[in-house]
Design a protein around this ligand. Structure first.
Ligand SMILES: Nc1ncnc2c1ncn2[C@@H]1O[C@H](COP(=O)(O)OP(=O)(O)O)[C@@H](O)[C@H]1O
Ligand SMILES: [Mg+2]
Length: 465
């Protein structure tokens, strides 16, 4: 046997949990990557902003200084001074931002050094000299030298910014790729999980729900009396055990019922056989002897001398008694097994029953061919017992008897308009009928509500004899 249900459930749930867990782990790591590359892309933006600010500071330095040299107005030195003051902090900020990239860090340091040198070695001395001697600084070569220096610095800036922009593009691309990956993983994970759950549900349905429902339906059929019901018994684990146990139980029930039916049929047949033999013994033995005794008596009566009138009267009384005893005996042997049934068939036998009944009978018989003997006997006893009950217990004014041979069956019903309340547990006649009818695979039903008469319905599965 393969694993039990519990183990299968644990394995299947575990598998599902592991697969869904793995999907979510991949999804989480993709989201993490996405966050990292987004953060790096944002860092590049910041670097570019700070570089731009630093370049403006250089421009402010240069224009302020040139304005002062040309006009000698102190007002031009205002932006020059604040640019000098702002420079070290911004330069440090830029170096900090690119600290994790060796190339950019070196470029930022170069820029810092170049600007520092421009301020200390060129701009400040030049402005000082111009203050001392306003004419000296208007020297064209000096100003051109400053422009060269500033151009060189701006070239450095251009290179720095271009490199950073390249980084930004790469980072943006990798961030978009990470986003696409995360979406793909999420969609795949979702689809995969749904698929797994569907597969799992399908497995549960196939391995457990469907077999259990099948077995429940089979149990319902068994309870309803259909003992031939069976279920496929190849289910997994305990389900298979359940199915096989159900089949074994159903088989045992069916065999038991078949054995019981057969034994009832044997008992009924043995009873009928015994009754037939008693009837024949009575008919051929006691009845014949009484008949010949009666004949002897008639002969004796005829040969008796007339002078003995007392003896004649006594003999006549004995002859009457003998005739009565013969009638009684005929009546008894008829009750044991009606000869008319064997001779004339069910129709005439039922007519005879109706004639003899103490309760008036309305008879409706529609049986053309002869039926096989056990069915005729059964039908006869059903009507006989029901009419006897109607006379004995029902206080009925009329009884309706119906007997019809229908397609594949014999249908008999006996109804009276008596007091009702018939109960097979209270006597032996009805229970005998139930045994007889069920032994033949027939159906018998009794309806006898108090005060509303009694109806006995019987169906026998019978073909013509
Ligand atoms: N047609 C009927 N009307 C009223 N009561 C009935 C009728 N048939 C049977 N009974 C009641 O049901 C009991 C059981 O009937 P039955 O099995 O035929 O036993 P029995 O006739 O030997 O008493 C009877 O004792 C009687 O009380
Ligand atoms: Mg009875």
């Amino acid at each position: 046997m393969r694993g039990g249900l519990t183990r299968r459930m644990i394995v299947a749930s575990g598998l599902l949990a592991v697969l869904i867990g793995a999907t979510f782990a991949i999804l989480l790591s993709s989201v993490g990557q996405l966050r990292d590359s987004t953060a790096r892309a944002r860092q590049s933006d910041e670097v570019l902003v700070v570089a731009n600010r630093l370049e403006r500071i250089v421009v402010d330095l240069e224009t302020g200084e040139r304005g002062f040299l040309i006009t000698a107005e102190e007002a031009f030195l205002e932006p020059w001074r604040s640019a000098q003051a702002a420079f070290p902090e911004q330069a440090r900020a830029l170096e900090r931002l690119v600290a994790d990239n060796a190339g950019q860090r070196a470029r930022a340091q170069d820029i810092t050094m170049a600007v520092t040198s421009y301020i200390q070695d060129y701009s400040v001395p030049l402005v000082d000299a111009a203050r001392r001697d306003p004419g000296s600084a208007r020297d064209v070569t000096v100003i051109a030298d400053g422009k060269l220096r500033v151009d060189a610095i701006r070239t450095q800036f251009d290179r720095f910014v271009a490199t950073e922009q390249n980084f930004a593009v790469t980072r943006q691309q990798s961030s978009e790729a990470a986003a696409r990956r995360a979406i793909a993983v999420a969609a795949g994970g979702l689809g995969g999980s749904v698929l797994l759950i569907v597969v799992f549900a399908g497995y549960l349905t196939r391995a457990i729900v469907r077999p259990v429902r099948r077995t429940a339906a089979m149990a319902g059929r068994l309870a309803g009396g259909d003992l031939s019901a069976r279920t496929p018994d190849h289910g997994a684990g305990e389900i298979g055990v359940l199915e096989r146990s159900f089949n074994t139980m159903a088989r045992a029930l069916q065999e038991g019922r078949e054995a019981l039916t057969a034994s009832r049929a044997r008992i009924v047949a043995a009873g009928d056989q015994a009754r037939r033999m008693i009837e024949r013994d009575l008919h051929d033995g006691a009845q014949q002897r009484l008949v010949s005794l009666a004949l002897d008596l008639r002969v004796a009566e005829a040969t008796l001398p007339r002078e003995l009138p007392e003896v004649t009267a006594q003999l006549a009384r004995v002859a009457d008694g003998l005739a009565g005893a013969l009638d009684d005996l005929r009546e008894v042997s008829h009750g044991i097994h009606p000869a008319i049934l064997s001779e004339g068939g069910l129709g005439p036998a039922l007519k005879a029953l109706a004639r003899r009944s103490a309760v008036p009978v309305e008879l409706d018989v529609d049986i053309e061919p002869r039926l096989s003997e056990p069915f005729e006997v059964a039908a006869y006893y059903v009507v006989s017992e029901a009419l006897t009950n109607a006379a004995k217990h029902a206080r009925a004014s009329v009884a309706h008897v119906e007997a019809r041979a229908r397609e594949g069956g014999l249908h008999i019903s006996v109804r009276d308009d008596g007091i009702g309340g018939a109960d097979p547990r209270q006597g032996s006649g009805l229970i005998g009928l139930i045994d007889r009818v069920e032994a033949m695979g027939g159906m018998i039903s009794l309806s006898s509500p108090t005060g509303k008469g009694t109806a006995l319905l019987v169906d026998l599965p019978v073909k013509g004899a």
